[in-house]
Design a protein around this ligand. Structure first.
Ligand code: SF4
Length: 214
């Protein structure tokens, strides 16, 4: 299997229960809900994406022919920044990482002592050896394959789906993240109001953006 990776970088996880934790982020190329090209945005299933996941031209990006080759690259980046191997953490994101992330690659990360998290739109099956599953739904409920996991992160508000449609899913944690963009302030207010009325949901601001991290 060849893995196409847009970029790999070291930062602090900015969202969810792991917010504030050091992590290597590995951004997989491609998504099944949008091509990533502006010309296709209006017709895309998910049309509010603010991430560049096209190609393999980002920092440390490229095509990796073996799981071990990619895992060793991630390990090198961790070791560039950290002098010990405590609490090693990789976040697989995208794009949609579950189009590519497989059991072999997770195993290769585990062999280098990484805990492996994934941030997914929930429409693809997940390998059973992932340590942390965060689903952020972007399409209608009937298209979701992952209805259980560690945290459900709902970008709010969305036109097609509403948070209450996911309340019976089997997640330990439920977060509302205000949608970014020109209406961010208004969306933050709306998200706060929703959480005040619906205590199952916790407001989650994107900490990394507040402190200027990628
Ligand atoms: S599902 Fe995620 S990665 Fe794909 S287009 Fe939507 S926000 Fe972007």
């Amino acid at each position: 299997m060849t893995y196409s990776i847009k970029e790999i970088f070291y930062t602090l996880q900015g969202e969810g229960a792991n917010a504030g934790r050091s992590a290597v982020f590995c951004r997989f190329t491609g998504c099944n809900l949008w091509s990533g090209y502006e010309a296709d945005r209006a017709d895309a299933i998910c049309n509010f994406c603010d991430t560049d996941f096209v190609g393999v031209d980002g920092a440390n990006g490229g095509k990796f022919n073996k799981a071990t080759e990619l895992a060793e690259t991630v390990d090198k980046i961790w070791n560039t920044h950290v002098t010990n191997s405590t609490n090693k953490f990789i976040v697989c994101t995208g794009g949609e990482p579950l189009l590519q992330l497989d059991t072999n690659l997770i195993q290769a990360f585990h062999e280098l002592s990484f805990e492996v998290a994934v941030e997914t739109n929930g429409t693809q099956p997940a390998p059973s050896n992932i340590d942390w599953i965060c689903v952020s739904p972007k399409t209608k409920v009937s298209d979701l394959l992952l209805t259980s996991g560690d945290e459900l992160k709902f970008v709010y508000p969305q036109e097609i789906i509403q948070p209450e449609q996911f309340e019976n899913f089997e997640f330990d944690l439920f977060y509302l993240v205000p949608m970014d963009g020109k209406d961010k302030q208004k969306n933050t207010q709306l998200s706060a109001e929703y959480c005040l009325k619906n205590p199952k949901w916790k407001l989650n601001l994107q900490m990394h953006k507040l402190i200027g991290l990628p």
